[in-house]
Design a protein around this ligand. Structure first.
Ligand SMILES: CC(C)(COP(=O)(O)OP(=O)(O)OC[C@H]1O[C@@H](n2cnc3c(N)ncnc32)[C@H](O)[C@@H]1OP(=O)(O)O)[C@@H](O)C(=O)NCCC(=O)NCCS
Length: 228
């Protein structure tokens, strides 16, 4: 991957952070965020790969406290892999002292826009079943659960704890007049009070207007709702 000509874009976080494509000089900072945020962090090689890959499929973006790449420190990053039609969020993290300020949302929107620009029509990700915080961020950005992957994360805490939810966000193409306008599906809204789980009777259930699949927030039971 060539280093970006784009050095900064408008940051939309509540804190004054700069969003930009990751540069080689950011790797140290990204590794530091990774090590703080994960118990099983990606090794440095995973980030070096963004710059050595033959086909530019992996893209990474950082949030920094500095206005230019020479200033400030990296406080968050996202890495997305864009294939022929499908994209996957490989990782996202924000340093604990910068959380709750819209950092992850800004990074995710940037990754989704990149995937759309590269003609992907769906973006997926894996998230630990117990990582409810990250799931909230994803749901807010239009992701909905499509499956559960057993033993996805190797963990010594037992198989249940290593299970991942697979979440997807459709990147929808809409034809508007002569212009082809690509819009992100942000319809993965909660409609919690409208449906009740047939198993545990919880009314905290999630579905997207693009899918009939409903997932219970409490017991993870999945079923198909009636068409509207
Ligand atoms: C998950 C993570 C990236 C979120 O980062 P963040 O910058 O705090 O997230 P944001 O501030 O952009 O949150 C976006 C939305 O998610 C929701 N959200 C985020 N954190 C939340 C929390 N602790 N509780 C409830 N809702 C939360 C909010 O609705 C928020 O929207 P709002 O700002 O309009 O209220 C961060 O917690 C993190 O780095 N965790 C460790 C690494 C990790 O788990 N990565 C994901 C691996 S799959």
């Amino acid at each position: 991957m060539q280093e970006s000509k784009q050095t900064s874009t408008t940051a939309t976080t509540k804190a004054s952070l700069t969003l930009r494509e990751m540069l080689r000089s950011d790797i140290e900072g990204v590794v530091s965020v990774e090590n703080i945020c994960f118990v099983d962090p990606f090794p440095r090689d995973s980030f070096d790969y963004v710059f050595t890959q033959t086909h530019k499929q992996q893209h990474a973006f950082v949030l920094s406290t500095g206005k230019t790449p020479l200033e400030g420190v990296v406080v968050g990053y996202v890495m997305v892999e864009c294939g022929e039609q499908k994209a996957e969020i490989l990782s996202i993290a924000v340093r604990p002292d910068f959380r709750g300020q819209g950092g992850a949302a800004t990074l995710l929107k940037c990754a989704l826009q990149t995937a759309k620009d590269l003609k992907c029509n769906v973006c997926s990700l894996h998230v630990l079943v117990s990582n409810v915080t990250a799931q909230r961020v994803y749901t807010k950005l239009g992701f909905h659960r499509v499956a559960r992957a057993q033993y996805y994360y190797g963990t010594s805490d037992g198989p249940q704890k290593g299970d991942a939810l697979v979440m997807e966000c459709k990147l929808v193409e809409q034809i508007e007049g002569k212009d082809k306008k690509i819009e992100q599906d942000v319809s993965g809204k909660k409609h919690g009070t409208l449906l009740q789980c047939p198993l545990c009777e919880s009314s905290r259930c999630t579905y997207s207007s693009l899918s009939l699949l409903v997932v219970c927030d409490d017991c993870d039971h999945q079923w198909e709702r009636e068409n509207d």
